[in-house]
Every structure is written in structure tokens, then in C-alpha cells.
Design a protein around this ligand. Structure first.
Ligand code: SF4
Ligand code: SF4
Length: 253
């Protein structure tokens, strides 16, 4: 493994292992993508025309570092069994956003001491409150960096599942891209045998649809997070669609 890649991965794993959060994690996944990968342009075409390119975050960008912090199984179980969103899930959401921001800031500082420039985006709330459009998607960055593929619930399914959160940053040093596996991880896209996420959504914001078709009513989802969950648990999250058969690993065995 490339030295810089190993150093970045070790730092992320070590930071998560010693985080001191109430939230417990499984081992983080870390991936790398070239800043010149043609799929950054493709994202503009298939996802959001105003999506930033890596060079918009850092003009000298060479590599995008993406990582996924997978929640412990007990958090998934708690959210699966709860009537609404489990308090443990809300805590994990808040603590993990803070941890992602910490990792990115500390990495920027560490790399900076070695003359490597880096830039990031907040773990969340980097979206327009009117359009709900985010101009830098950590999930998409993680997909380009080979960490997973999108499921019917529009979340990234990694080899450690979808229950967790993604972060990313852009650096001006070259790291070899992570090799990507194109295996299907969502059972609905694989053989149509699962609609767990659609059925679990308390506000019917998701519907079955072919891959690539917009099937999430993000306004309905956002309203639920903001008006129902946040007043109860202090966090605008939900995760009821993220605790099915793809929560902890690929759903396709
Ligand atoms: S819950 Fe089922 S249908 Fe939904 S993303 Fe996961 S595997 Fe696909
Ligand atoms: S986060 Fe909750 S409200 Fe939003 S789509 Fe998933 S299950 Fe539905």
C-alpha cells in the first residue's frame, strides 16, 4: 500500500478507535480517487449540475480521500427495534458528524505540516436550505473512491453496509486510486427481492424505481427529520431506511 494512503488510513482508524464517544464503531473504510477521474464530471450530469469538482474545493487537487465510519451493530439493532428513531441512532448521528469534522480538520493540519495542502467540506449542513441541494456529496465522493454502490434508499452500501456516515477531503498529493468493485450490493437492484427501506419509511418518501431514477421525496424526508425527530431527539436524522439487510454488509451474498 502507498505510504501516504497507509498513513491517512491509520490516522482515521486510530482517531475513531480512541474517539471517546458514546457511539461505538466498526472499523472505518478509507478509499482514494483521482481528482481527475471522469466520474466527477459525470456526477454533474447524473446527479446535480452544480456539484463541485475536486478542483473547486482545492485548485491543485490531485486526490480525493473518502471514508466511511460504520456504526456498531447494537446501534443498528436499536434503530430497527424502536418504534421511531432510536435515541442511540440520534446520538450516533450527532457524534459522528462531529468526529468527521474533527478527522478532516486534524488531517488538514497534519498534512499541512508536510507541505500537502488539503480542503474539506462540513460533515453535513453543506446543503442549500431552500433547494436541499448539496454541492459536495460525501456519499458520492465515497462511491467514486471505490467504497460502495448506491442502494434503492439512495445511500451508499459499502462492504460494511450503509449504517454509518461518510466524510471526505481533497488533497494536492497523489495517492493511487482504490480499485473499485462493481458488485451489486442492493437486493432490489440485484433481483427485486427487497423493499425493506421503502416499507420502513414512516412518511412514504421512498418508492421502488430503476437504478438512477429519482425515487426519494427529499422534501417529505426532510420535513420528517426537522419536524418530528429533531424536536424529540435533538437531531434531524431518522435512519429507519438504513437498518435493513444492507445495514451491516452488502445485502447480496
Ligand atoms: S433495504 Fe433492501 S432494497 Fe433498500 S437499499 Fe437495502 S437492500 Fe436495497
Ligand atoms: S431517513 Fe427516514 S424519512 Fe427519510 S427516507 Fe429514510 S426512512 Fe424515510
Amino acid at each position: 500500500m502507498d505510504m501516504l494512503a497507509r498513513e491517512i488510513e491509520d490516522f482515521i482508524v486510530q482517531t475513531v478507535t480512541t474517539a471517546g464517544t458514546r457511539t461505538k464503531y466498526r472499523r472505518p473504510l478509507v478509499g482514494f480517487a483521482s481528482a481527475d477521474d471522469p466520474r466527477w464530471q459525470e456526477l454533474r450530469r447524473i446527479a446535480e449540475p452544480s456539484h463541485f469538482l475536486p478542483q473547486d474545493l482545492l485548485p491543485e487537487a490531485r486526490t480525493v480521500v473518502a471514508f466511511f465510519l460504520p456504526f456498531a451493530e447494537e446501534i443498528v439493532r436499536a434503530n430497527r427495534e424502536a418504534d421511531g428513531t432510536a435515541p442511540a441512532w440520534a446520538t450516533a448521528y450527532l457524534e459522528t458528524n462531529a468526529l468527521i469534522n474533527q478527522i478532516v480538520q486534524e488531517l488538514i493540519a497534519r498534512l499541512g505540516k508536510r507541505g500537502i495542502r488539503a480542503a474539506g467540506q462540513p460533515a453535513t449542513y453543506n446543503w442549500d436550505p431552500v433547494t436541499l441541494i448539496s454541492r459536495w456529496s460525501h456519499k458520492s465522493a465515497a462511491a467514486v473512491a471505490g467504497l460502495g454502490t448506491f442502494g434503492l434508499h439512495r445511500m451508499l452500501i459499502t462492504d460494511a453496509g450503509c449504517a454509518g456516515r461518510c466524510g471526505s477531503l481533497v488533497i494536492d498529493a497523489e495517492v493511487p486510486p482504490t480499485s473499485r468493485s462493481h458488485v451489486e450490493r442492493c437486493l432490489y437492484f440485484y433481483d427485486g427481492s427487497c423493499t425493506y427501506c421503502v416499507d420502513a419509511c414512516p412518511v412514504q418518501a421512498l418508492r421502488p424505481a430503476p437504478f438512477g431514477q429519482m425515487n426519494l421525496d427529499k422534501w417529505a424526508c426532510h420535513a420528517h427529520l426537522r419536524d418530528v425527530v429533531k424536536p424529540q431527539l435533538g437531531a434531524d436524522c431518522c435512519g429507519k431506511c438504513a437498518v435493513g439487510p444492507c445495514a451491516l454488509a452488502s445485502a447480496v451474498k
